[in-house]
Ligand binder design. Structure first.
Ligand code: GUN
Ligand code: ZN
Length: 435
C-alpha cells in the first residue's frame, strides 16, 4: 500500500458555475491536504484535518503556493497527427488531403506508431492532461500502440481505431467488414484493460460509405456502453459535400441519427454550424458537441456558439478539446484562452470559472466519467495537475497585482501553457518530473 499526502491550494468543481460569483459551484481550500492511497483520493480537506487522519509515516509533498486541481481532460485529438500540427492550409478539406491523410498512412508501421505514442503521452503529461479522447489511424497497429502506452502509464484514456472506407488514399481505407472486425478486435484486446476505454470511431460521413455506417450502427447496438466519436458540421464545404453524399438525410446530424449514432455517449467534434433542428436533436439525445477552439481558428472553420448552445432552452452538452493536429496547442490552458476569445467575438462572456469547470468536471460529465475523474472527490482516481501562476517572469510580475482566485485562474488561462504545469499526477504518481 502506498500513501502520499499533498499539500497546496485545492480547487475542484461541484457543478457548472452559474456566474463568476457562484462560489457554491466549487470547493477551494487555501491550505489544503489531499491524501492518496493506491492511486485513489482517500481524503481531502484542510491540511491540518487530513494530516491528522493520515499515518504518521506518510510521504508528504508540499506544492504550496501552487494550485492542485483535477487533471485536465482533452475531449478530442488525433494521436497520428503529431507531425501534422502547424501545417499551412487554406481550409479543412485541403488540410486533410494535403497533409493529414498522407501522414496517417505511416501508422501502418507499428514501430512508427509506438514511437509517436511515447511522444504523445509525454506531451499530454507535460501539459497536465491526464485523460484524453483520441482518434487513432485506420490501422489497428495504431490503436494497439495507443492503448499499450496508456496501459504502461496507467492513464485513463479513450480512443478508437478510425473507420474510413472512401475519399482518402488507398493506404488509409478499410472496408465495412474490416472496420467492423478490427474495431471488435480492438474492443476485445483493450476495452477495460487497465484504465482504457475503446470508442467506436467512424471518422466522418465523407469517409464512410452507407455500408460502413451500417457496420458502425451494428457496433453501436452491440456495445451500447461504448463512446462513439466522429466529426460534425465543421466547415461549409464539408457540410455541402456531406449532404451530396447522403441526399436522403434532413441534415448532417440526421445522417448520424439514421444510423443510431446519436446518444448520450456520442461525442461530435466541432459541431460549429448546427441548425436549430440539429441542436434540438443533439439536446434530445444527450449527445455532446466538442468545442475545439484553436483548431477552428487555425483552419478558419468558424466560431463555435458555446454559450448559445449551452444556454438554449434545449441545452446541448458541451466538451472542450485541443484537436491536435488541426489544433495548434497541446495545452488546455491555451485552448480555453482561444475559447474565451471566440465567445468575445460572438458577444458572449466565458468566465474563468466556466473555463476551469469545462477542462475538468465539465469534460468528465460530458464523458459520463465524473464518478472517476474530473474532481478531487474521495474515492475517485488521483489524476491531478499542479498549476503555477507565476511560472514565467511575465506571469510572476502580473501575479504581484492579482488579488482573487478568479483573477489568478484567468491569468493562468491567458498566459499559461506547459510551463505553468508544475506537476502532473496519474493515479497518484508524479509523472511530469519523471519525463
Ligand atoms: N474531419 C475529419 N477528419 C478530421 C480531422 O482529422 N481533423 C479535423 N479537424 N476535422 C476532421
Ligand atoms: Zn478531429
Amino acid at each position: 500500500m502506498t500513501m502520499t499526502l499533498l499539500r497546496g491550494r485545492l480547487l475542484s468543481f461541484r457543478r457548472a458555475p452559474l456566474s463568476l460569483a457562484d462560489s457554491e459551484s466549487y470547493f477551494y481550500e487555501t491550505d489544503g491536504g489531499l491524501l492518496i492511497e493506491n492511486g485513489i483520493i482517500a481524503a481531502v480537506g484542510t491540511y491540518t484535518d487530513v494530516k491528522a487522519r493520515a499515518p504518521a509515516e506518510v510521504a508528504e509533498i508540499d506544492h504550496r503556493p501552487h494550485l492542485i486541481m483535477p487533471g485536465l481532460i482533452d475531449m478530442h485529438l488525433h494521436f497520428p497527427q503529431m507531425q501534422v500540427i502547424a501545417s499551412y492550409a487554406a481550409n479543412l478539406l485541403e488540410w486533410l488531403n494535403t497533409y493529414t491523410f498522407p501522414e496517417e498512412c505511416r501508422f501502418v508501421e507499428s514501430a512508427h506508431a509506438q514511437r509517436i505514442a511515447t511522444h504523445f503521452y509525454d506531451e499530454l503529461i507535460r501539459h497536465g492532461t491526464t485523460t484524453a479522447v483520441a482518434y487513432c489511424s485506420v490501422h489497428k497497429t495504431s490503436a494497439d500502440a495507443y492503448f499499450a502506452e496508456a496501459l504502461r502509464r496507467n492513464m485513463r484514456m479513450v480512443g478508437g481505431k478510425v473507420m474510413m472506407d472512401r475519399n482518402a488514399p488507398q493506404g488509409l481505407l478499410d472496408t465495412p467488414q474490416m472496420g467492423y472486425d478490427e474495431t471488435r478486435q480492438v474492443i476485445a484486446d483493450w476495452h477495460g484493460k487497465g484504465r482504457n476505454h475503446v470508442a467506436i470511431t467512424p471518422r466522418f460521413a465523407i469517409t464512410s460509405t452507407p455500408a460502413q455506417m451500417e457496420a458502425t450502427a451494428a457496433l453501436a447496438r452491440e456495445f451500447p456502453d461504448l463512446h462513439i466519436q466522429t466529426h460534425l458540421s465543421e466547415n461549409h464545404d464539408e457540410i455541402k459535400f456531406t449532404s451530396e453524399l447522403y441526399p436522403e438525410a434532413a441534415d448532417y446530424t440526421d445522417i448520424y441519427a439514421r444510423y443510431g449514432l446519436l446518444g448520450p455517449k456520442s461525442l461530435f467534434g466541432h459541431a460549429i454550424h448546427l441548425s436549430d433542428r440539429e441542436a434540438d436533436a443533439m439536446s434530445e439525445s444527450g449527445a455532446v458537441a466538442v468545442h475545439c477552439p484553436t483548431s477552428n481558428l487555425f483552419l478558419g472553420s468558424g466560431l463555435f456558439p458555446l454559450k448559445a448552445l449551452a444556454g438554449r432552452q434545449k441545452s446541448v452538452r458541451i466538451g472542450v478539446a485541443t484537436d491536435i493536429g488541426g489544433g495548434s496547442s497541446y495545452s488546455m490552458l491555451r485552448t480555453m484562452d482561444e475559447a474565451y476569445k471566440i465567445q468575445q467575438l460572438l458577444g458572449e462572456r466565458l468566465n474563468p470559472l466556466d473555463s476551469y469547470y469545462y477542462m475538468t468536471l465539465g469534460n468528465a460529465e460530458a464523458l459520463s466519467l465524473a464518478d472517476r475523474i474530473g474532481t478531487l472527490g474521495p474515492g475517485t482516481d488521483a489524476d491531478l495537475v499542479v498549476l503555477n501562476a507565476a511560472a514565467t517572469p511575465a506571469m510572476a510580475l502580473k501575479m504581484e497585482v492579482v488579488k482573487t482566485l478568479s483573477e489568478e485562474l484567468f491569468l493562468l488561462q491567458t498566459m499559461g501553457d506547459d510551463r505553468a504545469v508544475a506537476e502532473t499526477y496519474v493515479a497518484g504518481v508524479a509523472m511530469k518530473s519523471e519525463l
